[in-house]
Ligand binder design. Sequence first.
Ligand code: ADP
Ligand code: MG
Length: 620
Amino acid sequence: MSTGKINVQTENIFPIIKKFLYSDHEIFLRELVSNAVDATQKLKTLTSIGEAKGDIGDIKVEVILNKEAKTITIRDKGIGMTAEEIEKYITQIAFSGAEEFVNKYKDKTSETNAIIGHFGLGFYSGFMVAKKIEIVSLSFKEGAKAVHWECDGSPEYKIEETNKQDRGTDIILHIADDSEEFLEEQRIDHLLTKYCKFLPVEIKFGTRKEGEKENEVEVDNVINNPSPAWTKKPSELKEEDYKAFYRELYPMTFEEPLFHIHLNVDYPFNLTGILYFPRIKKSIEAQKDKIQLYCNQVFVTDSVENIVPDFLSLLQGVIDSPDIPLNVSRSYLQSDASVKKISAHITKKVADKLEEIFKKDRTDFESKWEDIKIFVQYGMLSEEKFYEKAQKFALLKSIDGSYATLEEYAEKVKVAQTDKDKKIIYLYTTNADEQHSFIETAKERGYDVIVFDSPIDAHYINQLEQKLQNTSFVRVDADVIDKIIKKEEDQPSKLTETEQNLLKPIVEGMVPKEKFTVVFESLSEKDAPMIITKPEFMRRMKDMSAMGGGGMAFYGSLPDMHNLVVNSNHPLISKILNEKNSEKQKQLTKQTADLAMLSQGLLKGEELTKFIKRSVELID
Ligand code: ADP
Ligand code: MG
C-alpha cells in the first residue's frame, strides 16, 4: 500500500469543485457513467485494432444503489486502470486522459470520436455528492494487478493492491450526509433516464434489497437505447422509425410531429440529429418538449436558448455534437465560435428542408402551412439569412383559401390593385367575420384579400413592407375601398362644403367624440351612406403595442380610433340634410350611424336596444 498527495495547486480543491465545477450536483452521475462508457468504448477500439486480446464479453455498465451502505457503485467492464494509470489519470487533476487517448489513436481509427470526456475533471464531480470515493479496478493489460484507491475528499489518497477477478472498474461513491437525496431509487432512475437514455453502451440499474450481498443484486432495469435513430443513416430509416423515435423522446406527448429533418454533418464540424416540426398553432407558448442537446449521446441540456436561434427553439428533437462543449457555462456557449457555426448551419438546413418539401409536394406543404407559418414568419423576422431562403416558400393565404408565394402573389394582384400613384396595395383582413362587409366590397371590385390572423402578423406585415418594393399593406376596413386603392381623382361631391359643415355637428352629436372622427367623402351612390373605418396607422401601432413591441406602449394607452365616413353622394344623406323636422333629422342620422356601427359589431347593449325600438317606429 502507498499513500500520495493529489497533484493540485490549492491545498484543498474539493470544496471548490463542490461549489463551482457544475451548478447542478446531479451531473456527477452523468460524468461517472460517461467515464464507464468511455472505458468500454476504448476497450472496443483496442480490441478492434488488436491491442487488446481476449473475449470482450458482456460489456454493459451497471449502476447499483445500496441504501444501507449509502453507496452508489458505477461498474464497467472496460479497459480498467493499473495503479500507475490511476496515479496519472485520476490524481493529476486537469490532465485529461481522454484527450491523450484521442491524440494517440486519432489516426488509427475513427471510433475515438466516441469518447466523451475532454476536460479531465469529470471524475472529481463525484465529490460534489460523496464524502469518500473508492476505485477498484483491473486493467485489461496482461498480467495487470487489481488496485484499490480511495480518497475522502482531502488531497491525501490511499492506493493498494486488491482482489478483483474480472476486467473493468468499480467506482464506489459513499454519499455525503447532505446529499442523501441521491440514495433515492427514483431519483437515480430519473437521472439515469435523463442523462443516459441514449448512451451507446447498455446501462442497467439495480437496487440492493435487504439481506442481499453486493454481487447478488439484480441489475436488470435497462435504462438506455444504445443506438437511437439519429445515429443511423437516413437511408436506414423509414417514416415510421422517425415517428417511433419521436415517441421515444417525448413519451408523454401524443400528437404526431408534422415532419422531420435529419441532420448529418461532418464538415466543418460534427453534428447529427433529428429535428421535428410540431404543430405550433397560433400562439408562441413555452414548449415543454424542447430540443435536447447531446454530446456523443450524453444528454447535456434541453435549454438550448443560446445555442440555437430563438425561432428554432420552437422545434423539437435532438442535436448531437461533440463540438458543443459539455461542461461550460451558458454565456460561454453563446460566444463560442463552433456553437455559432452550428446554429447558422441548422438554420440553413431547416430552410433547405422546408424548400425541399415545398418543391416536392406543394399540396402537402400547403396543408401544413397553417401549422408552421408562425415558425417560418418568426424565422424570417429574426434571421436575415432565413428570410432570404424562406421568401421562396413563405405563403400568403387569400380569403378564398388559395395560397401564393410572395412572388406569385405580386403577379396575381399587380394589375388590379395598383393605384393611380403606381403603388401596389395588398389588402388584408385579421378577422373575416368582423370585417365581412369590407371584404365583400373589395371582392366586388375584383380585389384579393389576404388573411393575416396570427399574433406576429403585425410585425410580419411591417417586415414585408420594408422588403417588398412599392407595396403597402392596408387592412380592408382601414378606409372605404376606393380610398384605399385610389384609381382616380375624387368624384365631385353632391354636397357643397357649406352643406357638409351644416350636417357635420349633427352627425358628431350621435357618436362618442373621443372615439370617432367624422369625415365626409364623395363615394359612389352604391356605397353605404355611412361607413366606419379604422385608420391603418393607428390600428397597427396599437396592435404592435398589444404584442409588446418596443416603445409602443404609448399607442396601447390610446382608445380605439374610428372614422365615421359620411358618403356625401348618397341620396339618404341628401335626404337627411333636407329634412326640415329637426327631431326627424336627428332620428334619421342616428339610425344611419347605428347601421354603420351594427355592420362593424360596434352596436351593443343599450344602444342596440334603442336602435331596434327606433327601427320599429320607423317601419310604422
Ligand atoms: P475525462 O473523462 O474528461 O478524461 P475524468 O476526470 O472524467 O476526465 O476522468 C479522468 C480519466 O480517468 C479518464 O480520462 C480515464 O483515463 C480515467 N478513468 C476515469 N474513469 C474510468 C473508468 N471507469 N475506467 C477507466 N478509466 C477511467
Ligand atoms: Mg470523464
